[in-house]
Design a binder for this molecule. Sequence first.
Ligand SMILES: Nc1ncnc2c1ncn2[C@@H]1O[C@H](COP(=O)(O)OP(=O)(O)O)[C@@H](O)[C@H]1O
Ligand SMILES: N[C@@H](CC(=O)OP(=O)(O)O)C(=O)O
Length: 451
Amino acid sequence: MKVVKFGGSSLANGPQLEKVLNIMLADTDRKILVVSAPGKRFKEDIKVTDLLKTYAQLTIVGEDTTDIQTQILQRYRDIVTYFELEENEILSSLSDQLAQLSRIHYPSFDYLYAAFMGHGEYLNAQLVAYVLRELGHPAQFVSPHDLGLTVSGSPMAARVNEDSYDRIAAFTLPSEGLIVVPGFLAYTTDGLMATFSRGGSDITGAILARGFHADMYENFTDVSAIYAVDPHIIKAPAAIETMTYREMRELAYAGFAVFHDEAIIPVIEADIPINVKNTNEPDAPGTMIVPVDQVSNPAKVTGIASDDRFAALYLHRYLLNKEVGFTLRILQILARHGVSYEHMPSGIDDMTIIFDKTQLTQPIQDAICAEIQAEIAPDHLEWIDDFAIIMVVGEGMQNRVGAFSEIATPLSEAGITLPMINQGASQISLMLGVKASQVNDAVRVIYDAVF
Ligand SMILES: Nc1ncnc2c1ncn2[C@@H]1O[C@H](COP(=O)(O)OP(=O)(O)O)[C@@H](O)[C@H]1O
Ligand SMILES: N[C@@H](CC(=O)OP(=O)(O)O)C(=O)O
């Protein structure tokens, strides 16, 4: 049995949904359909999730939301029109649910945003199940609530509760037809709607694959493979045929937006292969992501990912290595501000703390710097905003002599300096810090050197 997730680009309009339904119906093993909200139909288009975010913002400030509700509903209406279905029944239900969102009381703004934004998927799954039934195919909308998929933690970046897997396994699948499950959203044990972080329908698919003990997790998107480099940086890069879970995890973390980095974890635990495929070219084999023992001849470098969502705090103080509790005090300062760090490479007298910028605001950043200055008194403290990370990943990098020089030499010849190098912590990757302004050039230089 297969769990099959389709991303927003695959569900952006009627013609795309038609491809999705054909793919689902072409293979009887495809029983569980996980859908995202309708995504972009063209480059400048706005995803339904982002329209819902605007609807949430307008609701918070008490402005009129008639237009934005109409705009959101129109995306679903266009799909109904494409399939030439009777509009009234389904659209009035979706419209009521949309309107109802602004009448509910939420315990916090984060829960409000989660409920609004999660409705992109919630409404779409209902619509997709309806379209299937109207076309004569048995299909049932199943909410994460029905499956017992519960989450904890931050309402907009929730984490699955481990006991969800047993409840999902106990869910009785219908004897025929498909179930259609909305991705991205789940419920707290108090019954509040929460979401995974953005792009999180991939996570729902992975959780269901593990919960239902699927033989395969198929993840359909708009590219025919995962490429060795983000195709926005290099045109037509090499396609990856097979890669390991941990290669994908590292590459996704560092910028391969095609698959959510957290979505690897449930499938690793259950050893379920992932096949990333293209809705627009479903017969292409796509990319297989598998356990390491299923890759016979690992590539020396599988992929090069990069991301400029980082900032770094560099601090220097003599004899830092001799001082007991030094790192602890820094971590306590970060914890007071609710900030986590990503990496902390250190030398004998200095260290760099690397942050994900998305969790920082200017006041938090200023307060952290001021408190470190006051409590730690470093000789030198520097905030580096213009910071990007490049991750060169490959199972074949393990213990390979010369891997670093093969990359560092052409970078230095191209005038690209590396303020941070982290090799060895993960055996299969080399992490390089570069100036954000140089990151794409650096990726191209590395790609030319290793591929
Ligand atoms: N290494 C990569 N290989 C393939 N696609 C990538 C890579 N890095 C980034 N992408 C981008 O990821 C996009 C697919 O992810 P996403 O937009 O989230 O799709 P979906 O709408 O299916 O969820 C591709 O269109 C591509 O631009
Ligand atoms: N719709 C949500 C969740 C998601 O996974 O979307 P997509 O499959 O389009 O990346 C978002 O935009 O974040």
